[in-house]
Write a protein of this length. Structure first.
Length: 278
């Protein structure tokens, strides 16, 4: 038991260290670059503070405390909204996969001809390709084109089931209705993904958070110089790294279909559905 527990702890530790020292992602490089710039600006302000012929008054600590609380609330809401979008897309993808598995289970229980199997498999393959292209395409007109294509694929599936129910004695009306209902459930999940893709978080909210963080960081040195001196430069860089990092991560995950390392593997999801079908 102890050896098993030690093995689990070792794997957890290795995973944590791997994430800590692995190749940095794009968002990490962005925040590091911005943090260095903020550090240089703070260093200039520090020099001006201690060498200025005019007396610069210290900003009271309570001011930054109140502002930090407000920014914290904004960031909590921002992160929660972005993660809910990411998790909702994740749930919808697994719902789509579950519906197709249910469809596959019912179809395998029926005596379909090879021609019917190949036809349904081709329609499902086209659907997977068109739906993934629709989500990942950034051009609005092209995305709309792929949306029309995958909707047409769903219509083709319904027609195939109705045609099979007319010519196959083992394929009765209840089977057809059941499979058509599954297609409707798939379309609902697809519509939810499209809604996430087409409804971004309001730009005014994003601008307000960025501007609030910038003004807070710009004023923070004048509350720290008196007590911390040159070390306030590193403290300001740390605070900026934490606050701006949260905002950048939220921006990364709010649209989970863009193909970045933090997004959902749309193509892999669709390939698994296509490869497992009939």
């Amino acid at each position: 038991m102890n050896s098993m527990q030690n093995s689990i702890n070792q794997k957890v530790t290795q995973g944590w260290l791997y994430l800590l020292f692995s190749k940095p992602q794009m968002y990490f490089l962005t925040i590091i670059k911005h943090t260095i710039i903020i550090g240089l600006i703070t260093l200039i302000l520090c020099y001006m503070y201690f060498h200025s012929p005019y007396k610069i008054h210290k900003i009271p600590t309570i001011t930054h405390t109140l502002i930090s609380l407000a920014i914290g609330l904004l960031l909590v809401f921002r992160t929660q909204s972005a993660y809910e979008r990411w998790y909702s897309a994740y749930q919808n993808f697994y719902n789509i996969k579950a519906y197709f598995n249910l469809m596959l289970f019912r179809l395998r229980s029926l005596n379909l001809t090879q021609e019917s199997r190949e036809n349904i498999k081709k329609i499902v393959g086209d659907f997977c390709e068109n739906f993934s292209s629709h989500l990942q395409e950034m051009d609005v007109n092209k995305a709309l084109h792929f949306e029309n294509l995958y909707l047409n694929n769903c219509s083709q599936l319904i027609e195939a089931f109705e045609k099979e129910s007319r010519k196959n004695l083992e394929f009765d009306k209840s089977d057809s209705n059941f499979l058509i209902k599954i297609v409707g459930d798939i379309l609902l999940s697809c519509s939810s993904c499209t809604r996430i893709r087409n409804t971004p978080i309001p730009i005014s909210y994003e601008i307000h958070i960025k501007l609030s963080i910038f003004l807070y960081i710009l004023s923070l040195p004048f509350g720290l110089f008196y007590d911390m001196g040159i070390w306030s430069v590193f403290m300001v860089m740390l605070v900026y790294y934490i606050l701006a990092g949260i905002e950048i991560i939220s921006k990364e995950i709010e649209n989970p279909f863009e193909g970045s390392p933090n997004d959902l593997p749309v193509q892999n999801f669709m390939n698994k559905i296509n490869n497992s079908f009939i």
